[in-house]
Design a protein around this ligand. Structure first.
Ligand code: HPA
Length: 284
């Protein structure tokens, strides 16, 4: 058996999802830690526990519920993944990103990815939202690129372009939606690290020096697979905590704080995501 996720497993997962819903989603939405309540904004939902979907990588992280919510939002049909899996859980990178290929197989052409992250840019504050303009895929650069292995031309080319991984038209629209709602979005570079340990001060200094504005343990590999398959991508990071090399004395970072702080950004995140979805026709 192949060491890599075969097309038959992706097709089986897509067929299972199709058998459980009459909705035909064109937008995929992946929710990060603490951001689950965004799925409450979906109308006429069909809910599928990810544990029932064949070959699906099931999430083991507290705060990640593990289900698909398929329904409508802002006049569009959306498939929401609550509870993504992470490389640090032990899955291979191609298994972690399998849901994106399943989405592409289902006919989804636009992917909105969200996450909770640590702010590396000293001008950021917890509770703010950052549009992802670009990413640093450290695990990918070190050999754990999700496209490693035989290339399946049915999805995309062997050497996919990554000059503009995060769609300019969608970013412009997101800024406009936020401005109309009366707030501003940051825009910056997301530094993807494998985790699960948080970064040491020396690592944070290195990430800042490399040009990172926020650091997190997800997203970039999903975006590589999405771009390989030709999906348009919008990425939004909620700054849950500051990740600075010289923290105030006594500060200790834990998952609970990240989840709790992430909550602060949820109302604005819902406003941006639902606004972008309902005004998608405005995106150039
Ligand atoms: N570092 C890495 N991942 C994270 C952080 C952080 O500070 N906060 C939320 N996800």
């Amino acid at each position: 058996m192949s060491q890599f996720v075969p097309l038959t497993e992706i097709t089986a997962a897509a067929d299972y999802i199709r058998s459980k819903t009459n909705h035909q989603p064109t937008i995929g939405l992946i929710l990060g830690s603490g951001l689950n309540s965004l799925a409450d904004a979906i109308d006429t939902p069909d809910i599928i526990p990810t544990s029932e979907i064949p070959h699906w990588p099931v999430s083991t992280v507290p705060g990640h519920v593990g289900r698909l919510v398929i329904g409508t939002m802002g006049g569009q049909t959306v498939l929401v993944l609550q509870g993504r899996t992470h490389f640090y859980e032990g899955y291979s990178m191609d298994r972690v990103t399998m849901p994106v290929r399943v989405m592409a197989t289902l006919g989804i052409d636009t992917l909105i990815v969200t996450n909770a992250s640590g702010g590396l840019n000293p001008s950021y504050q917890p509770g703010e939202l950052m549009l992802i303009r670009d990413h640093l895929n450290f695990p990918g650069m070190a050999g754990n690129n999700p496209l490693r292995g035989p290339n399946d031309e049915t999805f995309g080319p062997r050497f996919p372009d990554m000059t503009t991984p995060y769609d300019v038209g969608l970013r412009t629209l997101a800024h406009r939606v936020a401005a109309d709602e009366g707030f501003e979005l940051r825009e910056g570079v997301y530094a993807y690290v494998a985790g699960p340990s948080f970064e040491t001060p020396a690592e944070l200094r290195f990430l800042q020096f490399a040009g990172g504005d926020a650091v997190g343990m997800s997203t970039a590999s999903e975006v590589v697979v999405a771009r390989h398959a030709g999906l348009r991508v919008l990425g939004i990071s909620s700054i849950a905590n500051m990740a600075l090399p010289d923290p105030p004395p006594g500060l200790i970072l834990g998952h609970e704080e990240v989840l709790e702080m992430g909550q602060r950004a949820v109302p604005r995140l819902i406003a941006v995501v639902s606004g972008v979805i309902s005004r998608l026709h405005e995106a150039s």
